[in-house]
Design a protein around this ligand. Structure first.
Ligand code: SF4
Length: 243
C-alpha cells in the first residue's frame, strides 16, 4: 500500500473538471512558475500522509453532491511526482465507480522507463486529464517555469495518439502569455491534437503571492495586473478558433 503526501482537499470543487468534484491537492512540484498560487505545495515530503482508502472514504461523504458528471480530481503541486500513489488511488476509485480526473502540468512526463509504463497504467484508471500549457514557446516556458516544454507537448501528442480525453488550460498573464502571436501558436498546436474536448483560459491573479512571502521567496510578478476582460475574451476567441 502506498502513502500519498497531501497538501489539502477541497470539498465542492467546481472549476477543476466536470460537475461538482472532490479535489485532492498533492504535495510536490519541480516547476517554479512565476505566478504559482500554490508555492506551499512545492516540497514533496510535506503535508499530510494519507492512504488511498482514507482519501476515498473522505471523498465519498460528498458523493450525493456529485451528480452524473462529478467525482474526484487530483491536482497539486504536480500529481505525476506521486505516480504510484495516484495510480492506486484511481484504481480504487474506479472500483468504487468514481469518475477520475488528473490535473497536471506534465513536467515529469518521459517516454523512458520506468515512467512511461507507470504512466500508461495510471491512464487505465483516468477518465479525463486537465493539462496546463504554461507557454507554447520553449524559451519563454523556461523563463516562466524553470523547465522546457518539449516533453510536455510530447505528452499531449501521446495522449492524442491514444485518444485520451483532455481539457487544455492556459493561464493568461499580461506581458508573458497574453500575446496574440503566442496564443495563435498555442492554437496551432491544439489544432494538431485529436482529443481536446475543451480549452479554458485562466486569467492571471496574484492571490497566492502571500505564500511566496511566507516562504521567504521573491514574487517577481508583483507589478503584473490581471488581464482585462477584453483580453481574456480575445484569448478565448483565439484558442477556440473563433477569431
Ligand atoms: S506547475 Fe502548478 S504547482 Fe507547479 S509551480 Fe507551476 S503553477 Fe505551481
Amino acid at each position: 500500500m502506498n502513502t500519498g503526501y497531501i497538501h489539502s482537499t477541497e470539498t465542492f470543487g467546481s472549476v477543476d473538471g466536470p460537475g461538482v468534484r472532490f479535489i485532492i491537492f498533492m504535495q510536490g512540484c519541480a516547476m517554479r512558475c512565476r505566478y504559482c498560487h500554490n508555492a506551499d505545495t512545492w516540497k514533496l515530503k510535506a503535508g499530510k500522509a494519507m492512504t488511498a482508502d482514507e482519501l476515498l472514504d473522505k471523498a465519498e461523504r460528498y458523493r450525493s453532491y456529485w451528480g452524473e458528471d462529478g467525482g474526484i480530481t487530483v491536482s497539486g503541486g504536480e500529481p505525476l511526482l506521486q505516480l504510484d500513489f495516484v495510480t492506486e488511488l484511481f484504481k480504487k476509485a474506479k472500483k468504487r465507480g468514481i469518475n477520475t480526473c488528473l490535473d497536471t502540468a506534465g513536467q515529469p512526463f518521459a517516454r523512458g522507463e520506468p515512467f512511461f509504463s507507470k504512466f500508461n497504467e495510471l491512464l487505465k484508471y483516468t477518465d479525463l486529464l486537465l493539462v496546463d500549457i504554461k507557454h507554447i514557446d520553449d524559451n519563454e516556458h523556461r523563463a516562466l517555469t524553470g523547465h522546457g516544454n518539449q516533453n510536455i507537448l510530447d505528452m499531449l501528442r501521446f495522449l492524442s495518439d491514444i485518444k485520451k480525453p483532455v481539457w487544455i488550460r492556459h493561464v493568461l498573464v499580461p506581458g508573458i502569455t497574453d500575446n496574440d502571436e503566442y496564443l495563435r501558436r498555442t492554437r496551432g498546436f491544439i489544432d494538431s491534437l485529436q482529443n481536446v474536448e475543451r480549452v479554458e483560459i485562466l486569467p492571471y491573479h496574484s492571490l497566492g503571492a502571500y505564500k511566496w512571502a511566507a516562504l521567504g521567496l521573491d514574487y517577481t510578478l508583483e507589478n503584473t495586473q490581471p488581464p482585462t476582460a477584453d483580453r481574456v475574451k480575445n484569448a478565448e476567441m483565439i484558442l477556440n478558433n473563433k477569431e
